[in-house]
Design a protein around this ligand. Structure first.
Ligand code: HEC
Length: 585
């Protein structure tokens, strides 16, 4: 199970912990861990309720904690990213009873604001635009700030022409009623999976002697959007820039995209041949493939030709998010690894008559057309999966999903049977009559989230591949940037740290330290926040793809990090490790 945390609530008498597992949202008594009978049905409610609809799959969960405001738990969801996705409604439940108090529909219905940014009736079929990355709350002003992701399907929008409000938006909602106060769309008509990746940061901007309550939103593209948190007015100029159009029939990319002129982006913005690293393996072959690719600008629509997304499809900024110190300096981890993909024809549902064809249609985008998974280890190889899993386990996985592996309950039982049979090595000796589940269909599939690594396992671009950047949000200027993470084999050759892919956020302390793990090298590091100088590092039992927390007991301060590992080809773990600060340790 992937869980990015839980939510604590108290009304002064009762103390509760909220967390979600599968499609259930649970309320537990913080004192003894028992479900609270007064909440929903015996301590739980189903997040599916109110979302289910004909033709959609059933996949919904919430693995990022919600926020508490007075007696409300405000929570978003993760839904699938395919053509059968459920809609991404944001909901508030009464923390005492579990009663649904308000719903904000991120895909508006007739009569609602923004409905004209979609084709007619799109709200009945299109899903996604969900808030999976966490929110921020201004309890004094009673405003909740909810980022959203793209509408589904992620890479083709021919069936959802228009800007697609409120996908890819920062939403400011009245925390009591769910009414929209303001919104800003950071990507119009997203066809790149440019979900907002992390909760926004609330801070006070110092500008010309004035103090402005502000909110900053980081993006996968490496931009930071900064707004007045009450009015939604941008605090730095944002330009609508013309972007390239598409030659995919049926697709109509939005003609412009918003680009903030300040703060300075925290990643490079393009990747071309000139950016290849000096030690890339099989250089000639890579150059040939690169010359046959579309690259060199943000927001290139994906076509049948290999198209490069840079920074990659999960950032730029990733879901660990950024930290902002009280003086308005932001610390943001990011990655800079090219990802390539393309679109190919989706097979017509009626032609999916074998396990192999069904695998290619539904599974290959992540696990590869050759079933070898991807280079980075995010998507496992399924070539020898039958040596690890029984058929029954695979069926369970398809029913329930796990982490970034979605559930496939929208496939018919005979389709699942055929796919599992294929993976179990039964070839195509399959159920003779596969009953098609196809209801919602788009004409294209994408060919995967392929991080472009060379044969030696290193990204093909020039380092840094992972960074930590300090940015003064009052001026928009960078203070420093350092590589985050290293490949031990390259360091052993005397190379300066290259930075690595990463997942996890920073913690900034009052004593001017930044703590961050996030890297597959299993290190936990502390930096001087003024200079970016490495002050301390230690090896964790498994990589800490999480954000550290700090707390103190009897005057002694601790920093704790969850070490789950298991991604980016690092081993899994199950430990929390805490360190004491100061000389009493
Ligand atoms: C959106 C990407 C994605 C798609 C599409 C996808 N998977 Fe997965 N799959 C994953 C990820 C990520 C994992 C690893 C899950 C974990 O343990 O966190 C995984 C794990 C698995 C595993 C377990 C592998 C092991 O060694 O334990 C099986 C089996 C599997 N997937 C089968 C399928 C099948 C069959 C399909 C198509 C019907 C499919 N997957 C579609 C992302 C995907």
């Amino acid at each position: 199970m992937t869980s990015r945390g839980l939510t604590y609530w108290t009304d002064g008498k009762e103390k509760r912990i909220f967390f979600a597992f599968g499609h259930w949202l649970y309320a537990l008594d913080a004192n003894n861990g028992k479900p609270v009978p007064a909440f929903g049905k015996n301590g739980k409610i189903s997040l599916r309720e109110g979302l289910s609809r004909p033709g959609a799959d059933e996949y919904v969960l919430s693995n990022t904690p919600g926020v508490v405001f007075e007696n409300l738990l405000i929570i978003g969801t993760r839904v699938s990213e395919g053509p059968t996705a459920l809609p991404g409604d944001i909901r508030a439940y009464h923390a005492g009873t579990g009663e649904l108090v308000w719903t904000f529909r991120t895909i508006p219905r007739p009569g609602e604001y923004g409905v004209e940014t979609w084709p007619e009736k799109a709200y009945q079929a299109v899903g996604g635009a969900n808030s999976w990355m966490g929110m921020a709350i201004d309890r004094e002003k009673g405003i909740v700030y909810a980022p959203t992701g793209s509408a589904a399907f992620d890479f083709y929008g021919g069936n959802r022409q228009g800007a697609n409000l409120f996908a890819n938006c920062l939403l400011a909602l009245d925390a009591r009623t769910g009414k929209r106060i303001w919104h800003y769309q950071t990507v119009h008509h997203d066809i790149w999976d440019r979900d907002l990746p992390a909760p926004p940061n609330l801070f006070t901007m110092q500008k010309e002697g004035k103090q402005i309550p502000a909110v900053a939103q980081i993006t996968k593209q490496g931009y930071i959007f900064v707004f007045d948190r009450v009015t939604g007015k941008p605090l730095f100029p944002i330009e609508e820039r013309s972007v390239s159009s598409s030659d995919i029939p049926g697709e109509k990319p939005y003609p412009t995209q918003p680009v903030p002129l300040k703060p300075t982006p925290f990643t490079r913005q393009t990747f071309t041949e000139a950016d290849l690293n000096d030690f890339v393996a099989q250089r000639e072959e890579v150059v040939k493939e690169l010359r046959a690719s579309r690259t060199g600008a943000p927001f290139l629509p994906i076509t049948r030709q290999r198209t490069i997304i840079f920074p990659g499809s999960d950032g730029g900024a990733q879901w660990g998010g950024a930290a902002v110190a009280p003086d308005g300096v932001m610390y943001v981890p990011a990655k800079e690894i090219p990802v390539y993909t393309s679109l190919t024809d989706a097979p017509a549902p009626a032609t999916l008559t074998s396990g192999e064809k069904l695998y290619q249609a539904h599974c290959s985008a992540c696990h590869g057309t050759d079933r070898k998974g991807d280079h980075s280890g995010t998507y496992p190889s399924l070539l020898d999966v039958s040596t690890r899993l029984k058929e029954e386990d695979m069926h369970q996985l398809l029913k329930k999903g796990r982490g970034m592996m979605p559930a496939f309950t929208h496939l018919s039982a005979s389709e699942r049977e055929a796919i599992v049979g294929f993976l179990a090595g039964k070839g195509n000796a399959q159920p003779a009559n596969i009953k098609s589940s196809a209801k919602s269909w788009v004409p294209y599939v994408h060919t995967g989230y392929n991080r472009w690594y060379d044969k030696n396992g290193y990204p093909i671009n020039r380092p840094p591949w992972g960074t930590l950047t300090a940015i003064n949000l009052n001026t928009g200027d960078h203070l420093w940037q350092i590589p985050l993470g290293e490949f031990p084999a390259l360091s052993a050759k005397g190379m300066a740290p290259t930075g690595t892919d990463n997942y996890g956020g920073p913690l900034v302390t009052a004593s001017s330290l930044i703590f961050i793990a996030a890297t597959p090298d299993r290190k936990f590091r502390a930096f001087d926040r003024k200079t970016g100088k490495l002050l301390w590092e230690t090896l964790l039992p498994a990589a800490g793809y999480a954000s550290p927390s700090t707390y103190s007991v009897n005057g002694r301060q601790f920093v704790v990090i969850a070490c789950g590992g298991g991604k980016l080809r690092s081993k899994s773990g199950d430990r929390y490790v805490a360190f004491a600060l100061g000389n009493s340790g």
